[in-house]
Design a protein around this ligand. Structure first.
Ligand code: GDP
Length: 210
């Protein structure tokens, strides 16, 4: 049986260790070849993905907190102590992005999701203030099609206040209909640290043993 306190310690230890930038890939033919277990982070532009990755790793500038959403069209890979690879996927759903860029995004993500055997989990980030939007539903469909296991992580939970319980309930009910979804839904805040230890513990369970 798992011991929650021990899992929290494992998570803390893993994310407090070395975290090194490995590569930024614009196409699947230049993604790093490795057999490390991998966790990817996906979400709409501005969902708080960079902030969450920085909060998880305790670094301020690992994933750049961007003020120009939709610009990066590459997957950034970071190695956590040679035990777990983090893949920061480019954000989607930014209204001002040209059609061609959307097509590029879709191709990159489809190729990545289908071809990445060591991918242990995708954390799909959803804005905790708003819940699922159509662009997120399209991402859910893409993941269903690719048969990857994904987990919904709500962001900016500190801002959601009174609506948070209802958004958690509605989001959980909707993702329960997706077979490839992992049942645990975690509400996080990069600003207050809410849910961060819990998420670290979940992800540490996927890491290669030391
Ligand atoms: P990305 O585009 O998904 O990487 O999002 P960023 O991490 O750049 O964040 C987008 C905006 O949301 C920034 O202005 C952040 O300060 C803000 N933000 C990110 N996380 C949180 C959070 O947990 N709480 C609050 N209140 N704001 C957040």
């Amino acid at each position: 049986m798992s011991d929650p306190a021990a899992d929290i310690d494992k998570g803390r230890l893993l994310f407090a260790g070395a975290c090194d930038f490995v590569a930024g890939s614009t196409r699947v033919d230049n993604i790093p070849e490795t057999d490390l277990p991998e966790v990817a982070f996906a979400g709409r532009s501005n969902v708080g993905k960079s902030s969450l990755i920085n909060a998880l790793t305790g670094r301020n500038a690992l994933a750049r907190v961007s003020h120009t959403p939709g610009r990066t069209q590459q997957i950034n890979f970071f190695s956590l102590g040679g035990r777990l690879m983090l893949a920061d996927l480019p954000g989607y759903g930014y209204a001002k992005v040209a059609k061609r860029q959307v097509a590029n995004w879709t191709r990159l993500i489809e190729d990545y999701l289908r071809g990445r055997r060591q991918l242990a989990r995708v954390c799909l980030l959803i804005d905790g203030r708003h819940g699922l939007k159509d662009a997120d539903r399209a991402a859910l469909e893409l993941m269903d099609k690719s048969a990857v296991v994904y987990q919904v992580v709500l962001t900016k939970a500190d801002k959601a206040k009174a609506e948070l319980d209802e958004i958690v309930r509605a989001t959980a009910a909707e993702i329960a209909k997706h077979t490839a979804a992992h049942p645990t839904l975690i509400a996080t805040s990069a600003h207050t640290g809410m849910g961060i230890e819990e998420l670290r513990a979940e992800l540490a369970a996927l890491a290669r043993a030391r």
